[in-house]
Ligand binder design. Structure first.
Ligand code: OOG
Ligand code: MG
Length: 256
């Protein structure tokens, strides 16, 4: 009852693009309950025709932990309706207070579950690509506790994937420049993601297994942001350049 009620509240907030209060009082949840809310929340999306395409990691970099004031790894689910076309346009009035952050995306060729080494994780990778994630907390002022943000599917709302590269491409320490209308807004390195993005995939396999989930072949895994997230506004050309991987871009629609 409680799980379903909170899932509905968070789903409604996402659909309407309206903020909702944090989960306090009788709606406060434990971490395990938060993952149950997340699962129930995704059922609403699936009911609208979306399907699961993978998983995203959160708080894998110090920059993100510091920005949001939390210090544990979390994960969320990616659905087909979150996937934005590379170079496409995003209408940000559909969201509450969206932000964008640079990510690395893995495509799995084999399933991955539980405690695996970075080498085992790499052996399951079919391709790797530069990516951008659009996050949008459904909570007022983008403020939340760890269970709050887990219940809200780790703030996930969209992602854009750039060109795929061979799985043996070294993505361990690549320079990143994210810019708005050609002006840099974040500089960083993929090494900020747990020392190397493959560790984000290792963590994803381990944490998903704690909730009884396997990373399936064919799924996408966003390893977590390399820099702090930057607030989006209407009419901006967002581009992120990754050393050796090329760039990934989208724009936000110019509104009223
Ligand atoms: C939660 C999502 C964190 C990342 O890459 O660290 C995340 C948030 O910051 O609202 O996606
Ligand atoms: Mg992210």
């Amino acid at each position: 009852m409680k799980i379903q009620r909170i899932a509905k509240r968070l789903d409604d907030a996402a659909v309407r693009g309206e903020a909702t209060p944090q989960l306090t009082g009788e709606d406060a949840v434990t971490l395990d309950e938060a993952y149950a809310v997340q699962r129930a929340l995704i059922e609403h999306r699936v009911g609208r025709g979306a399907h699961l395409v993978g998983l995203k990691m959160g708080f894998t970099s110090r920059a993100k932990m510091a920005q949001m004031g939390v210090s544990d790894l979390i994960w969320g689910r990616l659905t087909s309706d979150m996937w934005l076309e590379e170079g496409g346009s995003l209408k940000i009035s559909n969201y509450v207070h969206p932000r964008v952050e640079p990510e690395v995306c893995f495509l799995l060729g084999k399933p991955l579950q539980g405690n695996v080494t970075p080498l085992e994780a790499l052996a399951a990778v079919e391709a790797v690509a530069p990516a951008l994630e659009v996050i949008d907390s459904r909570y007022r002022d983008f403020k939340f506790s760890l269970p709050d943000v887990v219940a809200d599917n780790a703030s996930s709302s969209g992602f854009v994937v750039g060109q795929w590269h061979r799985p043996d491409t070294d993505v361990g320490n690549l320079g990143i420049v994210m810019s708005f209308d050609g002006r840099p807004v974040q500089l960083g390195s993929t090494a900020a993601i747990l020392g190397a993005p493959i560790r984000g995939l290792v963590a994803a396999a381990r944490l998903a297994a704690q909730q009884g989930e396997t990373l399936e072949a064919g799924s996408l895994v966003l390893a977590g942001a390399a820099t702090a997230a930057v607030e989006l506004r209407p009419g901006v050309a967002v581009r992120c350049e990754f050393q050796n991987l090329g760039s990934v871009a989208f724009s936000t629609a110019r509104e009223e």
